[in-house]
Design a protein around this ligand. Structure first.
Ligand code: MN
Length: 312
């Protein structure tokens, strides 16, 4: 018998029903994530053609997450025919942040080589605290002050610090939460150096750009961002990155958009936003499914129905 992935929501609800069970699972999640980090690094490199699903910002909407998970089955993940990449921003602003995050961590625990959780700026609290950041309040409301704050510490240390920053598939795609950094432009010798800085360890200023940047239709390389963190990156950045690192499509989240998705820079930067409903104005959310083994998967993404819509 095969079950759709919606069952991970039920697993998560069970885990969070008591502080004791969540605490002990958090240590397990920490082990799974650090194992994934040891095996794949901050920048995950894929080399196999498969079906790849990309899910944009969920921001605490269990309804939207369930709608995506309900379309896939465990046997797809088990056979390695399917890989799922979540682009970050699981928490803050939603009614079910803890449920969303725990669901994804349960899924990652069972399928560590098929499910990849990227860090969003809302999980990047160790570099810049985003606003709003109501996740700690959510934990306090649920588990009371002392237990709730302990839980928050555990989430930061066991989970947020161990999320991947990007996934890269040469001649195919680059996926990250915010956007392409401008500070390492033209200097980096490898995709790792470009996204992390050249020191070998992640440089906070570069990481902030990965988590916070947005594309802008401009022939300038970089402009200041109205967000107060990160930059706006123009076409020359996308030109250089796609050419230098052999990337057809940059896939990112971070920005709500009217239909749940949008293209920038001549179709080479795709924004995916999976959360529907208030406080965002988009009436549909979107996620992406591509099969990189089919030739020209990157052409006419829209017509090929690679972009799946979520309606509220
Ligand atoms: Mn974001």
């Amino acid at each position: 018998m095969s079950m759709d992935l919606g069952k991970y929501v039920d697993k998560a609800l069970n885990v969070i029903s008591s502080p004791g069970s969540l605490k002990s699972r958090l240590e397990d999640y920490g082990r799974v994530l650090s194992g994934s980090m040891t095996k794949y690094g901050e920048v995950v490199v894929f080399k196999d053609d498969a079906r790849y699903v990309f899910v944009g910002d969920v921001h605490g909407s269990l309804e939207d997450l369930r709608a995506v998970l309900g379309r896939y089955r465990e046997e797809d993940l088990r056979d390695d025919r399917l890989r799922m990449v979540f682009l970050g921003d699981y928490i803050d602003r939603g009614d079910n942040q803890l449920e969303v995050l725990t669901t994804l961590l349960e899924l990652k625990s069972d399928y560590p080589d098929s499910v990849f959780l990227l860090k969003g700026n809302h999980e990047g609290v160790d570099v810049v605290v985003p606003s709003p950041h109501d996740f700690p309040e959510e934990l306090v409301a649920r588990y009371l002050i002392s237990e709730g704050l302990k839980m928050y510490e555990l989430f930061i240390n066991e989970v947020f610090k161990r999320l991947h920053l990007a996934v890269y598939f040469r001649d195919r795609f680059l996926a990250l939460h915010g956007g392409l950094p401008t500070s390492t432009l033209y200097k980096a010798q490898s995709i790792r150096e470009y996204l992390l800085g050249s020191s070998g360890e992640a440089v906070p200023d570069v990481v902030i750009e990965v988590l916070w940047n947005d594309p802008i239709e401009s022939s300038e390389e970089a402009q200041e961002s109205p967000r107060g963190a990160g930059m706006l990156f123009g076409r020359p950045v996308t030109d250089w990155v796609t050419r230098t690192f052999d990337v057809r499509l940059v896939i990112r989240g971070h920005e709500p958009c009217a239909r749940g998705y949008k293209f920038n820079h001549g179709g080479r930067v795709l924004t995916i936003f999976s959360r529907t409903g208030p406080p965002y104005y988009n009436t549909t959310g979107a996620f992406l499914e591509i099969d990189t083994s089919s030739r020209n998967w990157y052409r006419s993404l829209g017509e090929a129905q690679a972009i799946r819509l979520l309606r509220r």
